[in-house]
Design a protein around this ligand. Structure first.
Ligand code: KG4
Ligand code: ZN
Length: 355
């Protein structure tokens, strides 16, 4: 990565083409000035992976390969722009599935090579954080962001557009992973998070007693305890029900089980985020990542922020789950910060935010 002497003032007219392919969404978007979405095209493979109960990396790579050029074409067409109008090409370089990442990154490199446009590699989590710039026209660093996805649960202090300080991370499972595992255990299928959210809608969140794990002297998360406790409760209910020829849902409605689990995860996420706000004194909060689409998390974090007099940005669900508009928004900030990448840029499956 090369850092140039680029001045860092905002450029409202700068057009960034973003490309995202880290998991099971092939996405491309055109964003103006790091804030205004001109197009945001997402080809999801969720239907394909559903039958396997999770993302199959080899299938994901192959589907990205088929989709990437049509998706980029569609993003340019919808934005009513040609490749010649684009100023910067930004693509996710990690973390993610390496075969999947390589497809989007190679497409970006190819476009940069033939057009001579600057290339910027984007860290996927920084992309999730940047979704907030697309939603909230006033948001500028410093602020705190709770980033919760299928693979990550971070509380991040955003110091500048491209400099981050991680205040908390998960010691074991990510929040999304925990949602997906319990959703599967209670028979909801894939992808579990949104299905569990929906199933919990009319449930009682105090129906099943579950622990809220906090670690001494740390804001880090640990979700393996609540996950194991939920699985134990479920097994106990199944055994109890079998004795009387019933199903476990006759003892505890599925909606109540889902709502109780969801609340246990959300309580910890909200509590740690509010503690981070108190410790840092930052008055602006943001929410990001696929789990930020969760209705209970959105509601509870908003209520806590209101009570503490803090301002919270929450992107719409479509910008919380993987998309390329967020990659373009993050690419814009990295570009203004002077980042320029060349064709030696490689995909990195385990790329840290502050590394
Ligand atoms: O950010 P994302 O789209 O991909 C990763 O970078 O991981 O996040 C996907 C995760 C999955 O675990 C999915 O189940 C979860 O976000 N998710 C949700 C909801 N929508 C997506 N979890 C809870 N409630 C939702 N409504
Ligand atoms: Zn993601």
């Amino acid at each position: 990565m090369i850092l140039s002497e680029q001045p860092s003032e905002m450029r409202r007219d700068l057009l960034v083409l973003g490309i995202e392919s880290s998991c099971d969404e092939t996405a491309a978007a055109v964003v103006a000035g790091g804030r205004r979405i001109l197009s945001n095209v997402i080809a999801s493979q969720a239907d394909l992976h559903r039958r396997y109960g999770g993302v199959v990396p080899e299938i994901a790579s192959r589907m990205h390969l088929e989709a990437v050029i049509p998706v980029i074409d569609a993003a340019l067409r919808e934005a009513k722009r040609s490749l010649a109008d684009i100023d910067v090409i930004a693509a996710t370089r990690g973390p993610g599935l390496v075969g999947a990442l390589l497809v989007g990154l190679s497409a970006a490199k190819g476009l940069a090579l033939v057009t001579g446009k600057p290339l910027v590699g984007v860290q996927h989590i920084a992309g999730h954080v940047a979704a907030n710039y697309l939603t909230d026209p006033d948001l500028e660093p410093p602020f705190l962001c709770l980033v919760v996805s299928g693979a990550h649960s971070h509380i991040v202090q955003v110091d500048t557009g491209d400099r981050f300080h991680i205040l908390a991370r998960t010691r074991d499972d990510a929040a999304g992973e925990a949602f997906d595992k319990i959703a599967r255990a209670i028979g909801l299928g894939y992808p579990g998070g949104p299905l569990l959210d929906r199933a919990a809608r009319d449930g009682r969140s105090d129906a099943v007693e579950l622990p809220r794990t906090t670690l001494a002297d740390s804001l880090d998360f640990s979700f393996s305890g609540v996950k194991t406790a939920a699985l134990n409760q479920l097994n106990r209910l199944i055994q109890q029900a079998e004795k009387s020829g019933r199903t476990w849902q006759d003892l505890v409605p599925l909606a109540d089980f889902a709502a109780s689990f969801q609340q246990a995860i959300v309580d910890v996420l909200v509590d740690h985020t509010m503690q981070a706000a108190a410790r840092t004194g930052l008055r602006r909060l943001a929410l990001a990542g696929g789990v930020a689409a969760n209705s209970c998390l959105r509601r509870c974090l908003q209520a806590a922020a209101d009570q503490a007099g803090l301002i919270l940005s929450v992107p719409p669900p479509i910008l919380c789950t993987d998309n390329a508009a967020m990659i373009a928004a993050a690419g814009y900030r990295a570009y203004l910060g002077g980042q320029r990448d060349d064709l030696s840029l490689d995909a990195v499956p385990y790329l840290d935010l502050d590394g």
